[in-house]
Write a protein that binds this ligand. Structure first.
Ligand code: ADP
Length: 398
């Protein structure tokens, strides 16, 4: 049984061919710079399979062309996807709105609905739709399944998902907190329960997904009861290039006094803010190098980032009342011991502690970083959204 998982972005397609039961990744790769002018010898597709890497060079005009090149590279590597008998194609879809809250078999109506949700996710859903259309054209007989980033948060309690604005305006425009990274939060919380040897239904958990985008969630008995991202993936934690929470009055102020337009404010908050806005770099490895060299702006960026993490931690501790596990995942969460240590420093009174040796161990596996016998388990769990999507797709069609 093999599932092809496709994560289609505005100018990229990431993909994996994997076996959902074992989790084995048979092949993987990425198409980059779709629709951009590139030199004829620029590598735009990188395909890994059976220990070898194949590349495609030169421009990729659109997503359909990108996926055709990927299929050609599969064939060159000895795997013809059109005759491979794939169980399903699993598509990551960012916004499911109010409509989709579980993995969904894609037909024309579903595709149209995903497209209609583009107003809520203008950067993401159109790219997801294009990816789905391309895959359907190449594999017309293979079931295509959409797995939504928002789905895990569909059941948020009303008090957690409602913005305190005019209810009529909110209803007319679908304004509520939807949450994102749901596939990761769900997968990681299940893996955390497994590590604890407990049923997720018995556990209260806090998960920090800290990648380029970053979000936190509070999970009671396997169900999300709060999350930091909102109508869009801009709310909440400080991120690589996104501001996270700010006073909405800042937008009004910039429009009124600086004469900034919607597009400029969008760029500012999504691309030129966060760690990058404060320090000039958005990768934590570079940020740490700057901090070590005595760069005060980088230090401040880090302090603001950690301060925001702790603010959400405090809120979720109170919301849950009792916490069994706090788990870090994604690029920064999995690879940055200082972030984990600083986020939880001085909380021994709450039964929360980080063991320095465990925290700094070079270990890729899901593991404890709290001292043995701690009241609250502190964990690092690698996320694997592709595997979660593959399993969800296989379950649905199987
Ligand atoms: P995305 O949101 O793009 O999926 P990832 O979860 O892959 O992001 O996280 C990417 C980020 O993780 C990088 O920008 C970088 O800040 C951070 N990161 C990756 N590796 C390390 C590392 N070894 N040490 C510290 N930070 C890291």
């Amino acid at each position: 049984m093999q599932v092809l998982v496709i994560n289609s972005g505005s100018s990229s397609i990431k993909y994996q061919l994997l076996e959902p039961d074992s989790g084995e990744v048979v092949a993987s790769g990425q198409v980059s710079r779709i629709g951009e002018p590139v030199a004829a010898d620029a590598p735009t597709v990188e395909h890994h399979s059976d220990g070898q890497t194949l590349e495609h060079h030169g421009s990729v005009p659109d997503h359909a062309a990108g996926l055709r090149i990927v299929f050609d590279l599969f064939a060159r590597g000895g795997r013809d996807l059109t005759t491979a008998g794939l169980t399903a194609v699993g598509h990551r879809v960012v916004h499911g709105g109010e409509v989709f809250y579980r993995p969904t078999l894609i037909d024309d109506d579903v595709l149209r609905s995903i497209d209609e949700l583009s107003s809520l996710a203008p950067l993401h859903n159109p790219a997801n739709v294009t990816g789905i259309e391309s895959a359907r054209a190449l594999l017309p007989d293979v079931p295509q399944v959409a797995v939504f980033d928002t789905a895990f948060f569909h059941g948020l309690p009303d008090a957690a998902k409602t913005y305190a604005i005019d209810a009529k305006v909110a209803a007319a425009h679908g304004i509520r907190r939807y949450g994102f990274h749901g596939t990761s939060h769900e997968y990681v919380s299940e893996q955390a329960a497994r590590l604890l040897g407990r049923d997720p239904a018995e556990l209260n958990q806090i998960v920090f997904h800290l990648g380029n985008g970053a979000s936190a969630s509070a999970i009671r008995g396997g169900r999300a009861v709060d999350t930091s991202m909102g109508l869009t993936p801009l709310e909440g934690l400080v991120m690589g290039t996104r501001s996270g929470d700010i006073d909405p009055g800042i937008l009004l102020h910039l429009a009124r006094t600086a004469g900034m337009g919607i597009g400029e404010i969008d760029d500012l908050l999504n691309r030129d803010s966060g760690i990058k806005g404060l320090s000039g770099v958005n990768d934590f490895r570079e940020l740490f190098r700057l901090i070590e060299s005595g760069d005060t702006a980088a230090r401040l960026a880090y302090d603001v980032y950690v301060h925001r993490l702790r603010r959400y931690l405090g809120a979720y501790l109170v919301e849950l009342g009792r916490v069994d596990a706090i788990t870090f995942t994604a690029g920064v969460g999995e690879n940055s011991p200082p972030v984990r240590a600083d986020a939880l420093a001085g909380l021994e009174g709450f039964g929360i502690a980080v063991d320095t040796e465990r925290n700094t161990a070079k270990d890729r596996a899901a593991r404890y970083i709290s001292p043995a016998g701690s009241e609250v388990a502190v964990l690092v769990v690698p996320t694997d959204e592709e595997l979660a999507i593959a399993r969800a797709a296989a379950r649905l069609v199987g």
